[in-house]
Design a protein around this ligand. Structure first.
Ligand code: AMP
Length: 421
């Protein structure tokens, strides 16, 4: 019986991994421009971290986490998202003692056991960033601009930025109450999940996808009408800054986050044309998270984006990638002695930053030349008995269909000249 990869996971093959590297490099570059530094945290953490950081009442913690016990009986979980780990690492490594704000980013696999479908996997990849230590509206705006900048720099269109404020521990309880009062008469008609949410997490009823819950919540009170003056002022400034940056957005009163430590700004970017899973990133402010983890009251704001969905969006919008860099030199050999010479020569040429390959299968000269062509080699060096004796090598320029003899001692300078490295 052959073993296949687990459901909801992907193998990314060489043609695809170059595109991943390209996308990742773009993210690393943009982070440098915005002043974010990379942090790498473990793939698994204590389960309790996510129970607290993502929330016990969330779908992620209740239904979607991969939880296991280690040999010592400790409960561990594969990370379903990145913010909880980064907040833990910030506190554990006393980053509050550093110059604030601390701007961090991460990139890597996440794990959720949701029902797989296009754009939804058990193992997927997220890029995310967090700013700790600033409660300024500018930090919210910077995070939103980063996300927008990134998608637009890829040439993506049909982007919708949804924006809302979820208030703060001062104003949200009142809103929560008015929402419950509004929904109470229809409580029994809500879907099973939302009936459970009614007490614990009523705001989440607003973003339930069930048509019945959608219908029942039409006309529900709107958070933005009830935010306190501080939250209102903060949101007004975030919107002004985004307006000035020329980024269009949709005010979306259904965009909510159910947990107490989420505060003020919430945002999501959606892309049309990639199916039901149209959210490509989500984020917002979480001023209560570090305190939730037992730390001081340090504000935070951030977002996470899924990389797989970017590829779906690029494909659906017909956006290609820059072509893979071609092979500089292929060394074709005839005979054992030539192979040895080719091996040393390849090492020397690689030291000059050139990409070089030689035959590893003992193929005929004709098939070696075919391989070189398939790999897009710019030059082929041919080494056989005669060349070894004379010290003169045939160098074929594949683009120009041109051949010349180059003395052994001139080979390095010849290629450095030709290939400009
Ligand atoms: P979230 O942490 O749920 O706000 O997700 C942030 C982003 O990660 C989403 O907007 C998606 O782009 C991506 N994402 C979340 N869950 C999955 C999944 N199961 N498969 C693929 N991408 C996902």
């Amino acid at each position: 019986m052959t073993i296949k990869r687990p459901r909801g996971t992907n193998d990314f093959l060489p043609g695809e991994t170059v595109r991943w590297q390209d996308l990742e490099n773009k993210l690393h570059r943009l982070c440098r421009q915005y002043g974010f530094e990379e942090i790498r945290t473990p793939i698994f953490e204590e389960t309790e971290l996510f129970a607290r950081g993502v929330g016990n009442t969330s779908d992620i913690v209740q239904k979607e986490m991969y939880v296991f016990q280690d040999m010592g009986g400790r409960s561990l979980a594969l990370r379903p998202e990145g913010t909880a780990s980064v907040a833990r690492a910030y506190l554990e490594n006393k980053m509050q003692a550093l110059n604030q704000p601390v701007k961090l980013y991460y990139l890597g696999p996440m794990f959720r056991s949701e029902r797989p479908q296009a754009g939804r996997y058990h193992q997927f990849h997220q890029f995310g960033l967090e700013i700790f230590g600033s409660n300024s509206y500018l930090a919210d705006a910077e995070v939103i601009c980063f996300a927008w900048d990134f998608y637009t720099s890829l040439g993506l269109n049909e982007l919708d930025l949804h924006l809302n404020s979820v208030g703060c521990p001062k104003c949200r309880p009142l809103y929560r109450q008015s929402l419950q009062e509004f929904l109470a008469p229809q409580k029994e008609q809500l879907c099973t999940t939302c009936r459970e949410r009614f007490e614990r997490n009523p705001l989440r009823i607003l973003d339930c996808k069930s048509p019945i819950c959608r219908e029942l919540s039409v006309g529900a009170p709107v958070m933005l009408d009830q935010v306190c003056p501080e939250c209102e002022e903060h949101f007004r400034k975030v919107r002004n800054t985004i307006d000035e940056a020329g980024i269009p957005y949709i005010l979306d009163d259904r965009l909510v986050r159910g947990l107490d430590y989420y505060t003020k700004t919430a945002f999501e970017i959606q892309i049309k044309g990639i199916g039901a899973q149209s959210a490509v990133c989500g984020g917002g402010r979480y001023d209560g998270l570090i305190e939730e983890f037992g730390g001081p009251a340090i504000p935070g704001v951030g977002f996470a984006l899924g990389l797989e969905r970017i590829f779906l969006a690029l494909e659906s919008q017909g956006i290609g990638f820059e072509k893979e860099p071609q092979l500089d030199i292929f060394i074709a050999t005839m005979g054992e002695a030539a192979c040895g010479k080719a091996f040393t020569l390849a090492q020397e040429l690689r030291q000059k930053n050139l990409s070089v390959q030689q035959d590893l299968l003992g193929k005929s000269l004709k098939s070696q030349l075919k391989s070189a062509d398939k790999q897009g080699a710019r030059f082929v060096i041919i080494i056989g008995e005669d060349e070894l004796q004379s010290g003169l090598y045939q160098v074929r320029d594949m683009a120009e269909s041109f051949q010349e003899l180059v003395p052994d001692e001139d080979l390095l300078s010849f290629f450095c000249d030709k290939l400009g490295k």
